[in-house]
Design a protein around this ligand. Structure first.
Ligand SMILES: Nc1ncnc2c1ncn2[C@@H]1O[C@H](COP(=O)(O)OP(=O)(O)OP(=O)(O)O)[C@@H](O)[C@H]1O
Length: 283
């Protein structure tokens, strides 16, 4: 049996002795899992994931990363194995150029200089940052600045990659890069945790969803189950993707055998209704 890469044991986080942001959360995350963390604003998602790379320490309970208690560990020590991409890149970026930003992590890991440069160049290519390599990260637009934040974590190749609201504020081009990033991380065997309100993204890429409400973890299940549970979704004030809602209603009326998570998937489900076989398509 594989050991969890991250384990929360009855974790509480109380800010300033009065604001309870995370209550008694127990959770095991296994290597290679792609997990979505959802919940309405202020439900404790960001607070929870910031414990995984040591940015926050539990008020009560324990967080273990690769079996080690993060309590006495420093962020720098944890960042080699758990990379956190901030919701707001302004909280993350500090170098004077995109190139310098992308070199910082691998150099800090003590990698040889040719490996530092190789990782920088691969990240520039993957994230489409070539025209911006000499720009100051704060002088480029928000969507691209956010990609620089992702790229700078990607250069460290952490085993666990945490993306906090990766598509919020992104246009269609940069959103597609986020999708490609998550697919690439999956192919490379990384563990990915994605905190998001973007249900279309989650429906397409995650295999497991953790649901937070009022600082509590209230569900942990496959996306199809979470999106089909009207009471659960209603209690979090979140809506499933429209295609999922449509196919859920048709299923409830006995007209479809199953709920779809994406447009491509729904084409296959709808095909028999129209007397044909679908060839799928882009979500
Ligand atoms: N540094 C802080 N000091 C005090 N309270 C905080 C702090 N950060 C967050 N909180 C509070 O803790 C609770 C959980 O916040 P958190 O940001 O973890 O929620 P979230 O689910 O990630 O929200 P969002 O979807 O808006 O990002 C909220 O009540 C928030 O106001």
């Amino acid at each position: 049996m594989t050991n969890p890469v991250i384990e929360c044991q009855n974790v509480w986080h109380i800010y300033g002795g009065s604001v309870t942001a995370v209550q008694d959360v127990s959770l095991k995350i296994y290597p290679g899992e792609i997990i979505g963390i959802i919940g309405q604003n202020g439900s404790g998602k960001t607070t929870l994931v910031k414990h995984f790379n040591g940015l926050l320490k539990p008020t009560k309970g324990k967080v273990l990363v690769n079996g080690r208690d993060t309590g006495p560990m420093r962020v720098q020590e944890l960042s080699a194995s758990v990379g956190y991409v901030f919701q707001n890149p302004n909280h993350q970026l500090f170098a004077r150029t995109v190139e310098a930003e992308l070199e910082f992590g691998p150099r800090n890991l003590g990698l040889p200089e040719d490996e530092v440069i190789d990782r920088r160049e691969k990240a520039i290519e993957f994230f489409g940052l070539e025209p911006l390599r000499h720009s100051h990260p704060y002088r480029i637009g928000f969507p691209l600045r956010k990609l620089v934040g992702m790229a700078s974590v990607y250069t460290m190749r952490p085993a666990v990659f945490i993306l906090d609201e990766p598509t919020t504020g992104q246009d269609n081009v940069t959103t597609r890069i986020v999708y490609r990033l998550i697919h690439r991380l999956r192919d490379e065997g990384s563990t990915v945790l994605c905190v998001a309100h973007d249900m279309i993204l989650l429906a397409e890429v995650v295999e497991r969803m953790v649901v937070m409400r009022d600082s509590l973890l209230i569900a942990d299940a496959r996306p199809r189950e979470v999106f089909s549970d009207r009471a659960l979704m209603g209690s979090t004030h979140l809506l499933p993707p429209q295609i999922t809602e449509l196919t859920l209603r048709l299923k409830e009326q006995g007209k479809l055998p199953q709920v779809s998570l994406s447009v491509s998937e729904s084409l296959d489900v709808f095909a028999p209704l129209f007397g044909g076989k679908s060839e799928g398509g882009q979500a």
